[in-house]
Design a protein around this ligand. Structure first.
Ligand code: ZN
Length: 486
C-alpha cells in the first residue's frame, strides 16, 4: 500500500516497523464545544485508514486523544483555557464540561459510524508523564524556565535539528508571523512555545510541577501520549492539515529534543473543508455543527442530512483534496447514496443462473488497487457504481449472473461498502435512518401541537408537550415555532 507522507512530500510504500502490528496516532478533538464538520473529516479519513489496515491483516493500535486541558488559541500561548472559562461561568467542575462534550463527540462519531479508537487518552490524565517529558527537554538543553513557565528554545533547537521540516517554514518566516501577545516578555524569542505555563490566580485547572502550579502546553500532550502508548518510534501520525503548523511541527521538535530522534515514520494530513467556498468559522456565520446537519436546523441548510450522507459526501472526495460543503452538494451526495443503497438491496435479491452474461470480473482487484493508492475512496466508489450497471441489468431481466459471480459480487460489495467505506446499509435497502425517522416523528408531533395552539386547543397542545417531556424531550417554544432536544 502506498501512502502520501507529508514529511517527505511523496507517496511511499507503507512498511510497518513491527508487522503485523501498526501504531496509529491521530490528534483528536478539543472538547469545549460541539463537533462540527472540521471534526468529521479527520475522524472519517482515519477511520477509513484504520478499517483498511485492519482489512489488510494488520493489528492496529489506534490512539486518538481528547484535548481537555491547556488548550489555548492555536496561534497563541496565552489566553484563558476555554474549558476553565465555561466551568467558571456556569459554576461547573471542569471535568463536567469535559465529560459533557466528550459524550457528545462520541455520540456524533457513533452516528457517523466511526469506529472507536483502541485507546482514547485524556491530556488531563497524563500530567505526570507530561511533566517528565518537559524535564527531558530541559535536561537536553532545549528549553528554559522563565517566571515559573517553561518554554521551548526554538533557536537553540534549530541549530541542531531542522525546525520547520514538516510545514516547510523557516525561522525568519516565524519571526514575521508571531503576533505580540501577553507573556512575550518572558520568552527569549516570540516564536518559542510553552511547554508548561504557570497558572494565573483565576485559572482553575492547574497541577503542581517543579516549576509552578500550572498546566501543560497544548503541543506537549501528543508527544507524550503517542510515545507512551506506541513507543519511541511508531508508524503513522495523522490529523487535519490545519494542525501541521504549529502543532505537529512542535510535536516533532519536542520529541527530537527529548529523545534525540524522530518518533513518527509517516505523517498523514487530511485537507480542509470549506462551506460554500468560504473557510468555516464562527465569524463567517457558516459554522455548522454535526447536530445541526442531522436536524437541518441551520439557515444554510435546506433540510436535515443523515450522518451516512455526511460520511458518503466526505468519502466522495480524496482525503487530500479540499471539500466544499453546500446544501446542493449534499443533496447530490444523498442521491448517490440512495442509488448505491438501492443497488445493494437489488443485489441481495438477484437469482443466479447457469451462466453470466454480465461481466463482474476484476472488481475486487480494482477496488483494492484504488485503496492501496493512498486511500483513493472516490475511485472505489466509481468502481462500485460501474458494477451497479451489471446488477441492474440482471435485476431488470436483461442479463444473467452465475452463482459464483453473484457470490463474489455480494462479497465485494459487503467488503467495500460496509466494511471499508463504513456505510451503514441494511440489506432491505435504505441507509439506516432510525435517527431521521424519530426526528421526523417528533417534528411532526410538534407541528401538530403548533396547529392545536393556533386553534386554541390547549388540551391537545399540553398533552403532546407533557408526553414528550415524560419521554425525556425538552421542548422550547420560539418565535418561529419550536426547538427540541433529547
Ligand atoms: Zn495532537
Amino acid at each position: 500500500m502506498q501512502i502520501y507522507n507529508t514529511l517527505t512530500r511523496s507517496k511511499q510504500e507503507f512498511i510497518p516497523l513491527n508487522a503485523p502490528h501498526v501504531g496509529l496516532y491521530v490528534c483528536g478533538p478539543t472538547v469545549y464545544g460541539d463537533a462540527h464538520l472540521g471534526h468529521a473529516r479527520p475522524a472519517i479519513t482515519f477511520d477509513l485508514l484504520y478499517r483498511y489496515l485492519t482489512h489488510l491483516g494488520y493489528k492496529v493500535r489506534y490512539v486518538r486523544n481528547i484535548t481537555d486541558v491547556g488548550h489555548l488559541e492555536h496561534d497563541a500561548d496565552e489566553g484563558e483555557d476555554k474549558i476553565a472559562k465555561k466551568a467558571r461561568l456556569e459554576q461547573l467542575e471542569p471535568m463536567e464540561v469535559v465529560q459533557y462534550y466528550t459524550n457528545r463527540y462520541q455520540h456524533d462519531m457513533e452516528a457517523l459510524n466511526v469506529l472507536p479508537p483502541s485507546i482514547e487518552p485524556h491530556a488531563s490524565g497524563h500530567i505526570i508523564e507530561q511533566i517528565a517529558f518537559v524535564q527531558k527537554i530541559l535536561d537536553a538543553g532545549y528549553a528554559y524556565v522563565s517566571e515559573g513557565s517553561v518554554y521551548f528554545d526554538v533557536e537553540k533547537y534549530a541549530k541542531d535539528y531542522h525546525y520547520g521540516k514538516l510545514s516547510g517554514r523557516n525561522i525568519d518566516e516565524l519571526y514575521a508571523e508571531t503576533r505580540e501577545l501577553d507573556g512575550q516578555q518572558e520568552k527569549r524569542h516570540s516564536y518559542d512555545f510553552a511547554l508548561w505555563k504557570k497558572a494565573s490566580p483565576e485559572h482553575i485547572m492547574h497541577w503542581p510541577s517543579p516549576w509552578s502550579e500550572g498546566f501543560p502546553g497544548w503541543h506537549l500532550e501528543c508527544s507524550t501520549m503517542s510515545t507512551k502508548y506506541l513507543g519511541e518510534q511508531f508508524d503513522i501520525h495523522g490529523g487535519g492539515m490545519d494542525l501541521m503548523f504549529p502543532h505537529h511541527e512542535a510535536e516533532i521538535a519536542q520529541s527530537c529534543a527529548a529523545l534525540g530522534h524522530d518518533t513518527v515514520r509517516y505523517w498523514m494530513h487530511n485537507n480542509m473543508i470549506t462551506i460554500a467556498g468560504k473557510k468555516m468559522g464562527k465569524s463567517y456565520g457558516n459554522f455548522i455543527t454535526l447536530e445541526q446537519f442531522f436536524t437541518g436546523k441551520h439557515p444554510l441548510l435546506t433540510k436535515p442530512f443523515s450522518p451516512m450522507t455526511i460520511r458518503f459526501f466526505i468519502l466522495m472526495a480524496h482525503y487530500r483534496s479540499t471539500v466544499d460543503f453546500s446544501s446542493e452538494a449534499l443533496e447530490a451526495a444523498e442521491k448517490g447514496l440512495e442509488r448505491l443503497t438501492e443497488t445493494y438491496a437489488r443485489l441481495q435479491k438477484l437469482i443466479p443462473a447457469k451462466d453470466s452474461t454480465v461481466d463482474v470480473h476484476g472488481l475486487r482487484e480494482r477496488c483494492e488497487e484504488a485503496m492501496a493508492d493512498d486511500l483513493n475512496s472516490p475511485i472505489v466508489i466509481s468502481h462500485l457504481f460501474d458494477s451497479a450497471r451489471a446488477v441492474n441489468t440482471v435485476f431488470d431481466g436483461k442479463g444473467t449472473i452465475s452463482q459464483e459471480d453473484l457470490e463474489e459480487l455480494k462479497a465485494v460489495w459487503q467488503l467495500f461498502v460496509v466494511g471499508i467505506l463504513g456505510l451503514r446499509i441494511s440489506d432491505t435497502g435504505g441507509v439506516e435512518s432510525g435517527l431521521d425517522a424519530y426526528k421526523g416523528a417528533v417534528d411532526m408531533l410538534l407541528e401538530m401541537r403548533l396547529e392545536a395552539k393556533r386553534l386554541k386547543d390547549w388540551t391537545t397542545s399540553d398533552r403532546i408537550r407533557n408526553r414528550l417531556t415524560e419521554l425525556g424531550f425538552t421542548v422550547k417554544d420560539t418565535k418561529d415555532g419550536f426547538e427540541w432536544s433529547l
